[in-house]
Design a binder for this molecule. Structure first.
Ligand SMILES: [Zn+2]
Length: 343
């Protein structure tokens, strides 16, 4: 029980309405009609592999979403569509209609489906109740970071080089954000090389800002869009840098673990809606630009330049405008969700 003091208080008790309003803001489109109001509960954590896990049954009670429905390996909590959905032994997890890659798989322990505590606290909680994030600031500035530039071309493919498309997307997003009343700062506005540390420092100098780094992907048979938030302290990174040192290290950006999850969710939901490419989910990594950024930050990979179909879209101004629109929508949804005003 002692492990959960910061999850239980001051968050508990909450009203079902508060929980659902928060989630609707970050991940709109869910049908809450089936959610049940349930009485008080107690967490009974289960230790496994040196980590704490929590029964999903208790998660359903805590968020007043109802019981766990199972069909083979698949499970759903919260009505017909399932507010929370996934599969036993899998890291793929849906909150409403947004796909996440958890840090650890959902496991069956003591005949109960369980989620790791770190995934619950660092990912699920800030998404379900963004208005409870402590220290979230009123955002009025967006730092746009076009990936690569100058001698660093980034990925290449049939549609050209990454550095050109990231700059174009950021220029379009800057226009949209300006018109919506935000201050916008770009880490580069021309084809020039800007060191990664310098990019992070630009955002760190600006209070009340968000940091959005824009990239395009490459490699293998990959296709689709994915959005990265900084890995929380103590969990493996998705981008194979999972050394012991990086797993235990705490980076400046970890002060924003909760905001990072909420911003990644808000941005990714808009990206999937706008872009029409495969949904690769919200992921975690320790890319330098997001780990050194002390304001809420996110890194977007808006399609694969190495894939013919993705490339065809990335080459079209219409598609790049859609990505820009998703950045604006993500910022707006985040701002609304954390409950410090709306623009
Ligand atoms: Zn890149």
């Amino acid at each position: 029980m002692a492990h959960f003091t910061h999850l239980q208080a001051p968050y508990f008790p909450i009203t079902r309405r508060q929980a659902l309003l928060g989630m609707a803001a970050v991940a709109p489109g869910v049908d809450f009609c089936q959610a049940q109001a349930l009485p008080e509960q107690l967490w009974t954590p289960i230790k496994h592999g040196g980590r704490d896990y929590l029964p999903l049954e208790q998660v359903g009670v805590f968020y007043r979403l109802g019981g766990v429905q199972r069909s083979g390996q698949a499970f759903a909590i919260g009505g017909s569509g399932g507010v929370l959905r996934g599969q036993a032994e899998s890291k793929e997890f849906w909150i409403s209609r947004v796909k996440f890659i958890l840090s650890y798989p959902v496991l069956e322990l003591d005949r109960a489906l369980c989620i790791s505590r770190v995934d619950l606290v660092k990912l699920v909680e800030p998404v379900l109740r963004p208005s409870k994030i402590q220290g979230a600031e009123l955002v009025d500035t967006v730092v746009l970071d076009p990936g690569h530039g100058g001698s660093d071309c980034g990925a290449t493919g049939p549609a050209g080089v990454e550095k050109t498309h990231t700059l174009d997307v950021c220029m379009r997003a800057a226009q949209l954000l300006w018109r919506a009343g935000y201050k916008v700062v770009m880490t580069r506005t021309a084809d020039e090389f800007v060191p990664l540390e310098v990019r992070a420092k630009v955002a760190n100098r600006l209070p009340r800002s968000l940091f959005v780094s824009v990239h395009f992907n490459s490699g293998g048979n990959g296709t689709g869009v994915e959005t990265y938030a900084l890995s929380p302290r103590g969990v493996p990174s998705m981008a194979s840098d999972g050394t012991r040192v990086s797993e235990i290290a705490i980076y400046p950006g970890n002060v924003r673990d909760a905001e990072n999850s909420a911003l990644a969710t808000a941005t990714h939901a808009a990206l999937v809606d706008n872009c029409g490419l495969a949904d690769r989910g919200v992921k975690r990594a320790r890319f330098l630009v997001i780990r050194e950024t002390v304001v809420p930050g996110v890194l977007v990979e808006a399609g694969f330049l190495s894939n013919n179909e993705d490339s065809r879209r990335i080459a079209s101004p219409w598609y790049r405008q859609q990505v820009a629109g998703a950045i604006l929508q993500g910022v707006r949804n985040y701002r609304r969700a954390v409950g410090v005003g709306a623009a």
